[in-house]
Design a protein around this ligand. Structure first.
Ligand code: GUN
Length: 284
Protein backbone atom coordinates (compact mmCIF):
# COMPACT_ATOMS: atom_id res chain seq x y z
CA UNK A 1 0.00 0.00 0.00
CA UNK A 2 1.24 3.47 -0.81
CA UNK A 3 -0.08 6.24 1.41
CA UNK A 4 -1.89 9.29 0.11
CA UNK A 5 -0.20 12.60 0.80
CA UNK A 6 -1.77 15.27 2.96
CA UNK A 7 -0.51 18.32 1.11
CA UNK A 8 0.08 21.17 3.57
CA UNK A 9 0.93 23.61 0.79
CA UNK A 10 -2.34 23.06 -1.08
CA UNK A 11 -4.43 23.11 2.12
CA UNK A 12 -2.64 26.28 3.28
CA UNK A 13 -3.42 27.97 0.00
CA UNK A 14 -7.09 27.14 0.39
CA UNK A 15 -7.29 28.34 4.02
CA UNK A 16 -5.23 31.48 3.29
CA UNK A 17 -7.61 32.39 0.46
CA UNK A 18 -10.51 32.21 2.95
CA UNK A 19 -8.50 34.29 5.45
CA UNK A 20 -7.79 36.91 2.77
CA UNK A 21 -11.50 37.16 1.92
CA UNK A 22 -12.55 37.56 5.54
CA UNK A 23 -9.71 40.03 6.19
CA UNK A 24 -10.81 42.13 3.21
CA UNK A 25 -14.41 42.17 4.47
CA UNK A 26 -13.26 43.28 7.92
CA UNK A 27 -10.91 45.90 6.47
CA UNK A 28 -13.82 47.31 4.47
CA UNK A 29 -15.59 47.81 7.81
CA UNK A 30 -12.60 49.79 9.09
CA UNK A 31 -10.77 47.06 11.03
CA UNK A 32 -7.65 45.72 9.34
CA UNK A 33 -6.38 42.63 11.22
CA UNK A 34 -2.90 43.34 12.58
CA UNK A 35 -0.10 41.09 13.82
CA UNK A 36 3.00 42.25 15.68
CA UNK A 37 6.01 39.95 15.50
CA UNK A 38 8.79 40.64 17.98
CA UNK A 39 12.27 39.24 17.43
CA UNK A 40 15.06 39.70 19.96
CA UNK A 41 18.59 38.78 18.90
CA UNK A 42 20.01 37.34 15.70
CA UNK A 43 19.09 33.64 15.77
CA UNK A 44 19.33 32.62 12.10
CA UNK A 45 16.38 30.22 12.09
CA UNK A 46 14.20 32.73 13.93
CA UNK A 47 14.99 35.41 11.36
CA UNK A 48 13.72 33.13 8.59
CA UNK A 49 10.60 32.18 10.57
CA UNK A 50 9.61 35.77 11.35
CA UNK A 51 10.21 36.87 7.77
CA UNK A 52 7.90 34.09 6.56
CA UNK A 53 5.23 35.09 9.09
CA UNK A 54 5.31 38.75 8.08
CA UNK A 55 5.23 37.86 4.37
CA UNK A 56 2.26 35.52 4.90
CA UNK A 57 0.41 38.40 6.60
CA UNK A 58 1.10 40.76 3.72
CA UNK A 59 0.01 38.18 1.14
CA UNK A 60 -3.31 37.68 2.96
CA UNK A 61 -3.96 41.42 3.33
CA UNK A 62 -3.23 41.59 7.06
CA UNK A 63 -1.35 44.46 8.64
CA UNK A 64 1.94 43.30 10.17
CA UNK A 65 4.67 44.93 12.18
CA UNK A 66 8.08 43.37 12.67
CA UNK A 67 9.95 44.70 15.69
CA UNK A 68 13.59 43.63 15.79
CA UNK A 69 15.78 44.22 18.83
CA UNK A 70 19.39 43.60 19.78
CA UNK A 71 20.19 40.47 21.79
CA UNK A 72 21.20 42.78 24.65
CA UNK A 73 17.66 44.15 25.10
CA UNK A 74 16.65 43.99 28.76
CA UNK A 75 13.74 41.93 29.98
CA UNK A 76 12.11 45.08 31.37
CA UNK A 77 12.31 46.81 27.97
CA UNK A 78 10.79 43.79 26.24
CA UNK A 79 7.98 43.63 28.80
CA UNK A 80 7.33 47.34 28.19
CA UNK A 81 7.09 46.70 24.42
CA UNK A 82 4.62 43.85 24.99
CA UNK A 83 2.53 46.12 27.20
CA UNK A 84 2.50 48.84 24.53
CA UNK A 85 1.35 46.29 21.92
CA UNK A 86 -1.34 45.03 24.32
CA UNK A 87 -2.70 48.58 24.33
CA UNK A 88 -2.35 49.21 20.58
CA UNK A 89 -5.79 48.96 18.91
CA UNK A 90 -4.22 48.35 15.46
CA UNK A 91 -2.67 45.12 16.76
CA UNK A 92 -4.87 42.05 17.25
CA UNK A 93 -2.15 39.45 17.63
CA UNK A 94 1.25 39.50 19.34
CA UNK A 95 3.94 36.93 18.66
CA UNK A 96 7.24 37.03 20.53
CA UNK A 97 9.55 34.68 18.64
CA UNK A 98 11.17 31.99 20.78
CA UNK A 99 13.83 31.22 21.84
CA UNK A 100 14.65 34.48 23.61
CA UNK A 101 18.19 35.35 24.77
CA UNK A 102 19.10 33.52 27.98
CA UNK A 103 18.86 36.58 30.27
CA UNK A 104 15.16 36.94 29.44
CA UNK A 105 12.54 34.71 31.09
CA UNK A 106 10.40 33.28 28.23
CA UNK A 107 7.55 32.42 30.54
CA UNK A 108 7.36 35.91 32.03
CA UNK A 109 7.22 37.46 28.56
CA UNK A 110 4.55 35.07 27.25
CA UNK A 111 2.42 35.67 30.34
CA UNK A 112 2.70 39.45 29.78
CA UNK A 113 0.88 39.11 26.43
CA UNK A 114 -2.82 39.82 26.77
CA UNK A 115 -4.71 36.50 26.30
CA UNK A 116 -6.98 38.39 23.85
CA UNK A 117 -3.93 38.86 21.59
CA UNK A 118 -2.12 35.58 22.29
CA UNK A 119 -2.34 34.25 18.72
CA UNK A 120 0.48 31.75 19.42
CA UNK A 121 -1.76 30.14 22.05
CA UNK A 122 1.17 29.85 24.47
CA UNK A 123 -0.28 31.83 27.40
CA UNK A 124 -1.37 29.79 30.42
CA UNK A 125 -4.89 31.21 29.92
CA UNK A 126 -4.93 29.86 26.34
CA UNK A 127 -3.63 26.45 27.44
CA UNK A 128 -6.22 26.39 30.24
CA UNK A 129 -9.03 27.36 27.87
CA UNK A 130 -8.09 24.46 25.59
CA UNK A 131 -7.97 22.08 28.55
CA UNK A 132 -11.51 22.93 29.72
CA UNK A 133 -12.98 23.45 26.23
CA UNK A 134 -13.49 27.23 26.57
CA UNK A 135 -12.93 29.74 23.77
CA UNK A 136 -9.29 30.77 23.43
CA UNK A 137 -6.46 30.74 20.91
CA UNK A 138 -5.19 27.31 19.95
CA UNK A 139 -1.45 26.72 19.49
CA UNK A 140 -0.82 27.00 15.74
CA UNK A 141 1.06 23.77 15.02
CA UNK A 142 -1.40 21.31 16.61
CA UNK A 143 -4.29 23.43 15.31
CA UNK A 144 -2.81 23.00 11.81
CA UNK A 145 -2.56 19.24 12.34
CA UNK A 146 -6.27 19.15 13.26
CA UNK A 147 -7.09 21.07 10.07
CA UNK A 148 -5.13 18.47 8.09
CA UNK A 149 -7.13 15.65 9.69
CA UNK A 150 -10.34 17.54 8.94
CA UNK A 151 -9.26 17.88 5.29
CA UNK A 152 -9.25 14.08 4.90
CA UNK A 153 -12.66 13.67 6.54
CA UNK A 154 -11.36 13.01 10.06
CA UNK A 155 -12.88 15.90 11.98
CA UNK A 156 -14.63 13.62 14.44
CA UNK A 157 -12.29 10.94 15.79
CA UNK A 158 -14.87 8.98 17.79
CA UNK A 159 -13.74 5.36 18.03
CA UNK A 160 -10.22 6.21 16.83
CA UNK A 161 -7.03 5.80 18.82
CA UNK A 162 -4.56 8.68 18.44
CA UNK A 163 -0.97 8.38 19.64
CA UNK A 164 1.05 11.56 20.14
CA UNK A 165 4.82 11.18 20.37
CA UNK A 166 6.20 14.13 22.31
CA UNK A 167 4.93 16.12 25.30
CA UNK A 168 6.08 19.68 24.69
CA UNK A 169 3.89 22.60 25.78
CA UNK A 170 3.95 23.94 22.22
CA UNK A 171 2.96 20.77 20.34
CA UNK A 172 2.56 17.46 22.20
CA UNK A 173 0.34 18.53 25.10
CA UNK A 174 -2.01 20.85 23.16
CA UNK A 175 -2.15 18.24 20.36
CA UNK A 176 -3.36 15.62 22.83
CA UNK A 177 -6.03 18.02 24.13
CA UNK A 178 -7.29 18.87 20.62
CA UNK A 179 -7.47 15.18 19.66
CA UNK A 180 -9.35 14.47 22.88
CA UNK A 181 -11.77 17.29 22.11
CA UNK A 182 -12.33 15.64 18.69
CA UNK A 183 -13.41 12.49 20.59
CA UNK A 184 -10.28 10.40 19.97
CA UNK A 185 -8.90 8.02 22.57
CA UNK A 186 -5.49 9.57 23.16
CA UNK A 187 -2.15 8.17 24.28
CA UNK A 188 0.81 10.48 24.85
CA UNK A 189 4.23 8.85 24.45
CA UNK A 190 7.60 10.39 25.30
CA UNK A 191 11.20 9.61 26.17
CA UNK A 192 10.03 7.62 29.22
CA UNK A 193 7.73 5.33 27.21
CA UNK A 194 8.90 1.71 27.53
CA UNK A 195 7.84 0.31 24.14
CA UNK A 196 6.92 3.05 21.69
CA UNK A 197 6.22 0.65 18.82
CA UNK A 198 3.72 -1.32 20.92
CA UNK A 199 1.79 1.94 21.38
CA UNK A 200 2.01 3.30 17.83
CA UNK A 201 1.01 -0.05 16.28
CA UNK A 202 -2.40 0.41 17.96
CA UNK A 203 -2.88 3.88 16.53
CA UNK A 204 -5.30 4.99 13.82
CA UNK A 205 -3.60 8.41 13.96
CA UNK A 206 0.04 9.00 14.91
CA UNK A 207 1.45 12.49 15.46
CA UNK A 208 5.25 12.57 15.71
CA UNK A 209 6.54 15.71 17.43
CA UNK A 210 9.90 14.92 18.97
CA UNK A 211 12.52 16.69 16.84
CA UNK A 212 14.51 13.51 16.09
CA UNK A 213 14.85 11.61 12.82
CA UNK A 214 13.38 8.12 12.32
CA UNK A 215 11.39 8.12 15.57
CA UNK A 216 8.64 6.35 13.64
CA UNK A 217 9.55 3.53 11.23
CA UNK A 218 7.39 1.29 9.04
CA UNK A 219 7.33 -1.60 11.55
CA UNK A 220 5.74 0.75 14.13
CA UNK A 221 2.72 1.70 12.01
CA UNK A 222 -0.65 -0.05 11.66
CA UNK A 223 -1.54 -0.53 7.97
CA UNK A 224 -3.78 2.32 6.80
CA UNK A 225 -3.01 4.64 9.74
CA UNK A 226 -2.79 8.42 9.35
CA UNK A 227 0.71 9.72 10.08
CA UNK A 228 1.30 13.40 10.83
CA UNK A 229 4.95 14.47 10.97
CA UNK A 230 5.65 17.65 12.96
CA UNK A 231 9.43 17.14 13.01
CA UNK A 232 11.83 19.54 11.33
CA UNK A 233 15.32 18.04 11.15
CA UNK A 234 18.24 17.82 8.73
CA UNK A 235 19.47 14.51 7.34
CA UNK A 236 23.13 13.62 6.70
CA UNK A 237 23.03 15.41 3.33
CA UNK A 238 21.67 18.54 5.03
CA UNK A 239 18.20 18.08 3.55
CA UNK A 240 15.09 18.94 5.56
CA UNK A 241 13.36 15.89 7.02
CA UNK A 242 10.83 15.07 9.70
CA UNK A 243 10.64 12.63 12.62
CA UNK A 244 9.14 9.90 10.43
CA UNK A 245 11.04 7.54 8.14
CA UNK A 246 8.95 8.78 5.23
CA UNK A 247 10.09 6.29 2.57
CA UNK A 248 9.40 3.29 4.77
CA UNK A 249 6.21 4.52 6.47
CA UNK A 250 4.52 5.64 3.25
CA UNK A 251 4.36 1.97 2.20
CA UNK A 252 2.29 1.09 5.28
CA UNK A 253 0.28 4.20 6.22
CA UNK A 254 -3.01 5.24 4.60
CA UNK A 255 -2.18 8.94 4.75
CA UNK A 256 1.06 10.78 5.50
CA UNK A 257 2.27 14.38 5.66
CA UNK A 258 5.54 15.20 3.84
CA UNK A 259 8.42 17.27 5.22
CA UNK A 260 8.81 19.87 3.86
CA UNK A 261 5.36 20.85 2.59
CA UNK A 262 3.26 19.31 5.34
CA UNK A 263 2.71 20.69 8.82
CA UNK A 264 5.17 23.61 8.38
CA UNK A 265 3.04 25.81 6.11
CA UNK A 266 -0.05 24.98 8.18
CA UNK A 267 1.54 26.46 11.32
CA UNK A 268 1.82 29.90 9.71
CA UNK A 269 -1.63 29.52 8.18
CA UNK A 270 -3.21 28.96 11.59
CA UNK A 271 -1.37 32.01 12.92
CA UNK A 272 -3.17 34.03 10.25
CA UNK A 273 -6.48 32.38 11.20
CA UNK A 274 -5.94 33.24 14.89
CA UNK A 275 -5.02 36.84 14.07
CA UNK A 276 -8.07 37.24 11.83
CA UNK A 277 -10.34 35.76 14.50
CA UNK A 278 -8.87 38.06 17.13
CA UNK A 279 -9.67 41.06 14.89
CA UNK A 280 -13.17 39.74 14.23
CA UNK A 281 -13.76 39.43 17.97
CA UNK A 282 -12.41 42.94 18.58
CA UNK A 283 -14.73 44.30 15.87
CA UNK A 284 -17.88 42.56 17.07
N1 GUN B 1 9.81 29.48 17.69
C1 GUN B 1 9.65 28.39 16.90
N2 GUN B 1 8.34 28.21 16.60
C2 GUN B 1 7.67 29.22 17.19
C3 GUN B 1 6.30 29.60 17.22
O1 GUN B 1 5.41 28.94 16.65
N3 GUN B 1 6.00 30.71 17.93
C4 GUN B 1 6.95 31.44 18.58
N4 GUN B 1 6.56 32.50 19.27
N5 GUN B 1 8.22 31.11 18.57
C5 GUN B 1 8.58 30.02 17.88
Amino acid sequence: MTAQLIDGVALSKQVRTEVAQRAAALTAKGVKPGLAVVLVGDNQASQVYVRNKVKACEDAGLHSVLEKYEATMSEADLLARVEALNNDPAIHGILVQLPLPKHIDDHKVIEAISPEKDVDGFHVASAGALMVGEKGFKACTPYGCMKMLESIGMKDLKGKHAVVIGRSNIVGKPMAMMLLQANATVTVCHSGTADLGAMTRQADVVVAAVGKRNVLTADMVKPGAVVIDVGMNRNDEGKLCGDVDFDGVKEVAGWITPVPGGVGPMTITMLLVNTLESAERAAS
